[in-house]
Design a protein around this ligand. Structure first.
Ligand code: GBH
Length: 486
């Protein structure tokens, strides 16, 4: 069990930053208030509620109306930073570059930013955390039309930089492009719910969507660097998620290669163009051929020029899996590098103790290896922009039980030990840790079942109660952050 892995409470640098992360659709609620437009998540949850456990984000934590109280909570936790996302359709209800703005939505984010700064909490803003305005999805399929999406995203980003950039100094363009591409446009378990079975084409759409994200990201970092950075002095990058993958059979080169290829299909897909300024990984070209879109010479040049603008790597990470090579040829709609992934290896050993989610196991060693993998490949300082877990059985617990979340504190403690080892033993520059999440919230296709918060939310009364992991975080960062003589 998780209690068998000793926590060492290893040190972290004095200037290491910690905070918590959220996303607009998961916490804001007020889905139809104050002029907000619909997003594809409003549509997805209402059209076929069975896809989200019968639940939706209409109200969720009602953060939109309780924001001042939530900022007080953050201040009481001693957080240095707060990562949140802007709901695009709250500030441009239809989403497009010629559509009207919603000043009430803009005022909400201004108020949030001002209150954070008044408490000396640094805002870290994600421009896009999955809630595409329905208006641009209806018009041209959003990510499926690279040229149109890119122009609309540029306009939206400019609006955010010009209205919030005097106070926001850290920007993340997209949250988890892999998930947008594959879960949204391949398996279809997340909005807009496209798959071959549901009006899409899983052989090509994920790759088109990924291509749109890369080019839109690149345009927007260029815009930031040329038009805003000279007067606003902030930084910008993207948040890429991935499990780490261990070979299913560690003695076989076939499975060792499969684990490496799986990471290239997960991280290299976006990381190589954005952080290395070059084409997709060779393993992807080899398997996918022309189904993977091409970058024109001008686009490669733009990618190349944009590399140094991304000054950090945003890593969302939760767990590790085993990768097992599948027999050739790969399925035409394969997105994995022809790999089967699972929690056990060829000896039947489990990758780590289970949490409250079947896919999420406690495997801090894999985390340390992923930090090394990313550093070796991209040579960029890393900020862990999401990490956390639900406790086993947490969805069934009473308030008293849920608040006593030892499992979560242990998970966090072990993952912080992994960061410490990566920094001091491996030389990987890790600069910060944002726990997922500030509070229990709407967990997409799983609805309100899983609870990831360091704050408990009662979804009837909307009362917030800090869990013990919140005080653990405060205490462990107070104690771990020490100056070290090298
Ligand atoms: C993040 O996604 C999201 O950014 C955040 O909004 C979310 O609430 C949080 O994590 C917790 O889930 O087939 O093994 O990949 C993480 C990406 C995608 C991880 C779906 C779990 C399903 C199982 N998630 N994935 S697996």
């Amino acid at each position: 069990t998780v209690n068998d892995i000793p926590i060492e409470e290893l040190p972290l640098p004095v200037d290491f930053v910690w905070g918590a992360a959220t996303a607009a659709y998961q916490i804001e609620g007020a889905a139809y208030e104050d002029g907000k437009g619909r997003s594809i998540w409003d549509t997805f949850t209402h059209l076929e509620p069975s896809r989200t456990n019968g639940e939706n984000g209409d109200v969720t934590c009602d953060h939109y109306n309780r924001m001042p109280e939530d900022v007080e909570l953050m201040a009481s936790y001693g957080m240095d930073v707060y990562r949140f996302s802007i709901a695009w359709s709250r500030i441009i209800p239809l989403g497009g570059r010629n559509d009207p703005l919603n000043e009430k939505g803009i005022a909400f984010y201004n108020d949030l930013i001002d209150r954070l700064l008044a408490h000396k909490i640094e805002p870290v803003v994600t421009l896009f955390h999955w809630d595409t305005p329905q208006g641009i999805y209806d018009r041209y399929g959003a990510f499926l039309n690279t040229t149109e999406f890119r122009a609309d995203f540029e306009h939206y980003a400019r609006l955010c930089f010009s209205r919030f950039g005097d106070r926001v100094k850290k920007w993340i363009t997209f949250n988890e492009p892999y998930i947008i591409s594959v879960f949204g446009h391949h398996s279809g378990v997340l909005a807009p719910g496209r798959s071959t079975a549901n009006g899409g084409d899983s052989r090509v759409e994920p790759w088109r969507v990924g291509h749109t994200i890369i080019l839109s990201h690149t345009s927007v970092v260029q815009i930031y660097a040329t038009e805003f950075q000279p007067s606003q002095f902030g930084t910008i990058s993207i948040a890429l998620n991935s499990h780490f993958y261990e070979p299913w059979d560690a003695t076989s080169s076939v499975h060792i290669d499969a684990a490496q290829r799986r990471l290239e299909f997960y991280v290299g897909w976006f990381g190589d163009p954005i952080f290395l300024g070059k084409d997709y990984p060779a393993s992807m070209r080899l398997q996918l051929g022309s189904r993977l879109p091409e970058f024109s010479p001008a686009e490669i040049e733009l990618l190349r020029q944009s590399v140094p603008i991304n000054t950090f790597y945003g890593m969302n990470h939760y767990s590790t899996k085993y990768a097992r090579a599948l027999p050739d040829p790969p399925a035409e709609d394969d997105c994995t590098g022809n790999v089967e992934e699972g929690p056990t290896n060829n000896k039947g050993e489990e990758i780590g103790p289970a949490s409250g989610m079947s896919w999420l196991r406690v495997a801090p060693v894999g985390f340390r290896k992923l930090l090394n993998w990313v550093w070796n490949r991209y040579q960029l300082p890393i900020i862990v922009t999401e990490n956390g877990c639900p406790c086993p059985g947490e969805s069934q617990m009473t308030l008293e039980q849920a608040v006593d979340d030892k499992f979560r504190s242990r998970y966090i403690g072990l993952y912080l030990d992994a960061i410490s080892r990566a920094i001091y033993e491996d030389g990987v520059p890790v600069q910060g840790y944002y726990v997922w999440s500030l509070m229990d919230n709407f967990e997409w296709s799983a609805g309100y079942g899983p609870r990831y918060g360091i704050t408990h939310v009662n979804y009837n009364s909307l009362v917030r109660t800090p869990k013990n992991s919140a005080s653990y975080l405060r205490k462990t960062f107070r104690e771990r952050r020490v100056a070290r003589q090298e």
